[in-house]
Design a protein around this ligand. Structure first.
Ligand SMILES: [Zn+2]
Length: 324
């Protein structure tokens, strides 16, 4: 049984001892539809109902843990514990009584910290769950199997924050690797001294109609994601959102081109994902001098129709000389 070192332990009994073990493979976030502290949430689970979550998170970032992460909790319907023994770690977060407000900055920060800890402690993979039993990160309404009878939880504002801030934040923080300092006895290569981390973080909500089965280069702010030379820190990450009802399989690829866009060479095609499962694409190679990194997408349908891309995000960290 695992307890998060930066959560306040408020153990629920008898659930903590009586419920079966799980091997945690997912993290699912909820809104509790009450403006409660973590302590008040604990008292509610203790005194009023037994549909508990593993964690509770107040508006001020107060994090309580009620059950160890390797024990089943009851907030996620079929995802609590599957027949193979895997299951979801769940968190209830304070919200207004309609479940319509965004998370506070303190809540966002704690969700990112907890998400990183779950990746490090339990190896939950850094992706959004593509199906109800796919290991990764998600929010309650993402998959219908996670609710008994349908839910809006955690609310539109928080779904947007999850996609654009919380999950990319977990990916970034879990994958940042600062180059080790040079040993004092060896002469330090110039490029390893005084480096700082800078960030690409661009999104574009302008709709794009993708012709069937044709590659299209996407613009975020513009078509260039990185201009070389650029040393990446962790992956650069693209996430795509398609219009509701889209029926297509989506493939992406990162390409290098000359500065003027000519001379394209690809890194290989990535995936063929269901358009409605928030396709995600990661890139991990530094960009050489004189080259630019761009991203292309292709949507394949059964009937030759166009597919409407409604939103796209690219995030990623890279090194720059300090002071720039
Ligand atoms: Zn929920």
């Amino acid at each position: 049984m695992a307890w998060c070192p930066f959560a306040t332990r408020m153990e629920l009994q008898p659930e903590s001892d009586a419920q079966p073990a799980i091997r945690p493979t997912q993290f699912i976030v909820h809104s509790i539809i009450a403006p409660w502290t973590a302590k008040r949430t604990y008292e509610y689970w203790r005194d009023s109902t037994n549909l508990e979550s593993h964690f509770g998170l107040g508006y001020a970032g107060d994090l309580g843990q009620f059950i160890g992460t390797e024990t089943r909790a009851d907030a996620n319907a079929a995802a609590n514990r599957r027949p193979d023994g895997t299951g979801a770690v769940s968190i209830e977060t304070a919200s207004n009584t309609k479940g319509t407000d965004p998370w506070t900055d303190d809540q966002v920060e704690m969700l990112i910290r907890l998400g990183v800890w779950l990746h490090q402690r339990h190896g939950i993979p850094l992706r959004i769950c593509r199906t109800h039993d796919d290991p990764g990160y998600g929010y309650h309404r993402l998959h219908s199997a996670w609710a008994v009878s349908g839910t809006a939880c955690p609310g539109d504002a928080r779904v947007r924050q999850f996609r654009e801030v919380v999950f990319p934040g977990i990916v970034r923080r879990a994958t940042v690797q600062i180059p080790p300092p040079s040993a004092p006895t060896s002469p330090a290569p110039e490029q390893e001294t005084d480096m700082a981390i800078a960030k690409v973080d661009e999104s574009n909500p302008v709709d794009v109609d993708l012709a069937d089965n044709e590659w299209t280069t996407l613009a975020f702010t513009d078509a260039v994601i990185h201009s070389g030379p650029r040393q990446l820190v962790g992956p650069t990450y693209v996430q795509l959102t398609f219009a509701p009802g889209t029926q297509a399989f989506v493939t992406g690829r990162f390409i290098l081109t000359n500065v003027d866009g000519t001379g394209a060479s690809g890194y290989g095609d990535l995936g063929e994902f269901d358009a409605l499962r928030l396709p995600q694409f990661l890139h991990n190679h530094d960009v050489p001098a004189g080259k630019t990194l761009r991203f292309q997408v292709k949507a394949r349908t059964d009937n030759g129709t166009t597919s409407k891309l409604t939103h796209r995000v690219v995030t990623g960290d890279y090194l720059v000389p300090a002071g720039q």
